[in-house]
Design a binder for this molecule. Structure first.
Ligand code: ZN
Ligand code: ZN
Length: 268
């Protein structure tokens, strides 16, 4: 089944769940930035996400062929996963990708130039499952390409990458959903709304740079970056969010153009 079907199905599922068990009942369906966020879903999840997956596999095959011709047999293209059964490949690729993403996510928060791109994701002030897709395209390109190419080099098949992608989408939608479910001891294992909302808190609400996990929560518990208070933060965002662009065009330009991220373009 194509990814777009899974994406729409999971979107619809979480849209219904958010209506039945809302975490913040007062948050309107047509909340701030919804139109831009729907555009992010179409562009980031479908157009860019699928294209990067396919490109990574194609680029790796090309690299492999070029290296073989040059006499570098399997020096870079270590197809170690290719012969393994589906579920073994799935488990290895899922764990390796999730840990790599946790590391990259840390770096995105700690390197100022990269934080300017990642800030787009943190500019959401009313969280719901759609917010799972608010990312700058540069972040998607670097982040995903950077991670998928090693996957293809390890020999993970397109099918394995696809199903890991579906699982990550399911948990990503769940973690961002405006859903009041608490998952008890499972919160030590997988990301959840009660945990991820404390990745998005405004600095006035409590410590920042916590809960970097994308699908698994275990890395944050292991490395001491977990923070899951019993309450929810009163406010999301970052210092200076008041003057950050609210719509997609401004958010795409902001990392390149300090005047935009510091405030709307002002006429003199
Ligand atoms: Zn983040
Ligand atoms: Zn998030």
């Amino acid at each position: 089944m194509i990814y777009a079907v899974w994406l729409s199905g999971l979107g619809l599922l979480f849209w219904i769940l958010e209506r039945i068990w809302p975490r913040r009942p007062a948050q309107p369906v047509w909340r701030k930035g919804i139109v831009s966020d729907l555009a992010y879903v179409v562009f980031n999840a479908h157009v860019l996400g699928v294209a990067i997956g396919n490109l990574s596999i194609g680029a790796t095959a090309w690299l492999d062929a070029a290296l073989r011709q040059a006499g570098w047999k399997n020096a870079v293209y270590a197809g170690v996963l290719a012969e393994l059964p589906f579920w073994t490949q799935f488990a290895i690729w899922f764990l390796a990708l999730d840990f790599a993403q946790w590391c990259v996510h840390n770096v995105l928060h700690r390197v100022p130039a990269l934080w300017e791109f990642h800030k787009v994701h943190h500019s959401i002030v009313d969280m719901d499952w759609i917010g799972d897709w608010r990312f700058h395209w540069v972040e998607i390109l670097v982040y995903r390409g950077f991670l998928y190419i090693p996957g293809a080099m390890l020999g993970a098949t397109g099918e394995v990458m696809f199903w890991v992608g579906v699982l990550n989408t399911l948990v990503g939608h769940f973690a961002h959903a405006n859903l009041r479910w608490r998952i008890g001891p499972l919160r030590y294992l997988i990301n959840s709304p009660e945990m991820h909302i404390w990745h998005h808190n405004h600095p006035d609400e409590g410590p920042i740079n916590r809960n970097f996990g994308l699908t698994l929560a275990v890395w944050d518990w292991l490395f001491g970056t977990a923070n899951v208070p019993d309450r929810d933060p009163g406010r999301l965002g970052f210092a200076g969010i008041e003057s950050y662009p609210e719509q997609l065009p401004g958010q795409w330009l902001a990392p390149f153009w300090p005047r935009i991220r510091g405030g709307r373009i002002e006429s003199k």
